[in-house]
Write a protein that binds this ligand. Sequence first.
Ligand SMILES: Cc1cc2nc3c(=O)[nH]c(=O)nc-3n(C[C@H](O)[C@H](O)[C@H](O)COP(=O)(O)OP(=O)(O)OC[C@H]3O[C@@H](n4cnc5c(N)ncnc54)[C@H](O)[C@@H]3O)c2cc1C
Ligand code: SF4
Length: 325
Amino acid sequence: MELLSQFTLLRPNSVAEAIAARAGKSGARFLAGGTDLLPNMRHGLVQPDTLIDLGGIAELRGITHDGQSLRIGAGTTLEQLANDPLLRDTPALVEAALAIAGPTHRAVGTIGGNLCLDTRCQFYNQSDAWREANNFCMKLAGDTCRVAPKSDRCYAAFSGDLAPALMVHRAVAEIAGPSGVRHSPLAEIYADDGIAYLTLAPEEMLVAVRVPLVAGLRSGYQKIRIRGAIDFPLAGVAVALRVENNQLHDLRIAATGAESRPLLINGLDALCGIPLDDALVQLDKLLRKQVAPMETSITPAAYRRRVLPVLARRVISRLIAASAE
Ligand SMILES: Cc1cc2nc3c(=O)[nH]c(=O)nc-3n(C[C@H](O)[C@H](O)[C@H](O)COP(=O)(O)OP(=O)(O)OC[C@H]3O[C@@H](n4cnc5c(N)ncnc54)[C@H](O)[C@@H]3O)c2cc1C
Ligand code: SF4
């Protein structure tokens, strides 16, 4: 790994100070736990001239409950998220948090950093020397996509585990910027582009996510990865649903690791209230139609495409079995 490039470190004490510190600095980046940003800097993938450390901002940390929803601060660590009893009604969040990296990463890695994670590709997450020897690629310093050479876009995959779990719980992002605070469905902070993967303006930051609580809703998350103890998802699926009379209701599914953004699956209403076997057959078709992984990892895209419905069926079966207990 290369040495870190030179940068100025700023340590704001409030969200307002962080936004002011970011204003007018196109080369600046927010730094949370640093578990993604710092390795990327060492690989020469990003070379910020200023890092704005969010670690001293108390208002970004913590989880609160107002009876109808949870509010999770962007600076809350993954470890805190996984261990907070307030999350007992949103188990997909706990399962996703526990599936991220290893324990030491989770002790410092944050919700905000996980949701704003850079996209990944086998031709991008490499050392500078490796990328140079391979003529770089369109995401950085090159002009051709090595995954799809005729394409004019980058297909690097969004590989965060938490986003799909939050999306099936219909989380809303709280975003601060120079003109104040705005709210957006979490799914809408992502764009289908491996380079410009966030719709947040560079000077905006994620402050919190709000998760509405729905009585009777069950949820879960499952992923496949190369190294079982510590790895990004090759594919991950979050499911939320209610079960009545062995039929699915209020079914929501989101996938990660497969496309440049985490994806909420459309058309699931048609699977609700029909015999379960029929619903699962239709689910297979819906997922294969809507999620199209590219060759961005060393695992073949065709395998990742086939495994997505399998993961969804496994989570659904688990949630149905739990609801019968
Ligand atoms: C070996 C290894 C394995 C990993 N495995 C996984 C895995 O299985 N699943 C997974 O999801 N991740 C994985 N990661 C990535 C990373 O550890 C986690 O995603 C972690 O949650 C990132 O959070 P962070 O606070 O460290 O982010 P940082 O590295 O500090 O930041 C990541 C990005 O988010 C931006 N950012 C941070 N906070 C904010 C904010 N509040 N508003 C706007 N932008 C912000 C930063 O500018 C940066 O671009 C792995 C990393 C390593 C090194
Ligand atoms: S998808 Fe293409 S442009 Fe994007 S990182 Fe991979 S090789 Fe580069």
